[in-house]
Write a protein that binds this ligand. Structure first.
Ligand code: ADE
Ligand code: ZN
Length: 346
């Protein structure tokens, strides 16, 4: 089996990562101390103990409550720095990072505080690790549509700083078509567009994300396999999926990693990528997801390299940087072959 240290050095992009979902319990307590706030748990261990979820909504309740400790520019910058340090140690070379503006503005944190803090964090990640980053602002689909419009208006002055917009939060009952006009306006601002669809919601939500919102990538999308015509369409269009195996297990989308549909998605010709979603809550960062796939699904070196290549192909990187990073994957393959002779190959 391909070794963990090899998977951690495999160069990869992370395309489905909620920065607020990287808030580790230790950082929750540290930021609460710094901002003189109470945490409704006595200690780090009891907070970590609460990370048992029945579904997406039960997770989101804790996720939104923990992020209340994020108050200042420095808090957001430190959050990005903590993520970048961990991700770099697991081979992440490029990240397209979600954040939830409404989860902060709705509790009185100004958008400029959020943007300034995230931007500082991104600059530090570039300086410390040579990690490139894009910021994707997600609309919360379970809040009023008018609020998404107001949020886009607030984001418009930052259009040059942002890579794109996305759609997240509780999925079932909130079809993508509710956000048709907001996504049209975002595209008019020159922003890239993605959406969570087919995590808990039906394949019809994925059709809507593609046909109505005009998304360029589908986040999760594991339920597309229930619809053959949809799979054919996505394979023909080489429409990427950002799959999050450990998240799917923790949110009970699948019973365990061994029964995850990632191999079926790849066999169907889909451009699937591997990502961590909310790593502080779901038991691992993106390298840990690769390790789990190797261990429980037998994804070997070639399969891991294919997934890493897919991550760069599915990214919104400009072409020169994409090529550079694809060459890093080639180099990784030849390095691991040299270290482990052919007969010991995974
Ligand atoms: N997995 C997920 N699905 C939808 N919204 C989210 N927000 C943070 N993580 C999410
Ligand atoms: Zn997500």
């Amino acid at each position: 089996m391909v070794a963990m240290h090899e998977l951690f050095t495999l160069p990869k992009a992370e395309l489905h990562l909620h920065i607020e979902g990287t808030l580790e319990p230790e950082l929750v307590f540290a930021l609460a101390r710094r901002n003189k706030l109470n945490v409704p748990f006595p200690d780090v261990e009891s907070l970590r103990e609460a990370y048992r979820f029945d579904d997406l909504v039960s997770f989101l309740t804790l996720y939104y409550s923990c992020m209340d400790v994020l108050r200042t520019e420095e808090d957001f910058a430190d959050l990005v720095t903590a993520y970048a340090d961990r991700a770099a140690a697991q081979g992440v070379r490029h990240v397209e990072m979600f954040f939830d503006p409404q989860a902060h503005t709705s509790r009185g944190i100004p958008l400029d505080v959020v943007m300034a803090g995230l931007t500082t964090g991104v600059e530090r990640a570039q300086a410390a690790h040579g990690m490139s980053t894009g910021l994707i602002a997600c609309f919360l689909r379970d809040r009023p549509v008018v609020e998404a419009h107001e949020t886009l208006e607030g984001l418009a002055p930052y259009a040059d700083t942002l890579l794109g917009v996305g759609l997240d939060s509780a999925e079932v009952g909130y079809p993508p078509s509710l956000f048709t006009d907001v996504f049209r306006d975002a595209r008019d601002l020159g922003l890239r567009v993605v959406a969570h669809a087919g995590e808990e919601g039906p394949p019809s939500y994925v059709w809507e994300a593609l046909d109505v919102l005009g998304v360029e990538r589908v986040d999760h999308g594991v339920r597309v396999l229930e619809d053959d015509a949809l799979v054919r369409r996505m394979a023909l269009d080489r429409m990427p999926l950002t799959v999050c195996p450990l998240s799917n297990v923790r949110l009970r989308v699948v019973p365990d990693v061994a029964s995850h549909s990632l191999p079926a998605l790849l066999s169907a010709g889909l451009v699937a990528t591997v990502n961590s979603d909310d790593p502080a809550y779901f038991g691992g960062y993106v390298g840990d997801n690769f390790v789990a796939l190797a261990r429980d699904l037998g994804i070997d070196r070639d399969g891991s390299a294919l997934l890493a290549r897919n991550s760069f192909l599915a990214s919104f990187l400009e072409e020169d940087r994409r090529k550079e990073l694809l060459i890093e994957v080639d180099q990784w393959e030849s390095d691991v072959r040299t270290v482990t002779p052919a007969d010991g190959r995974a």
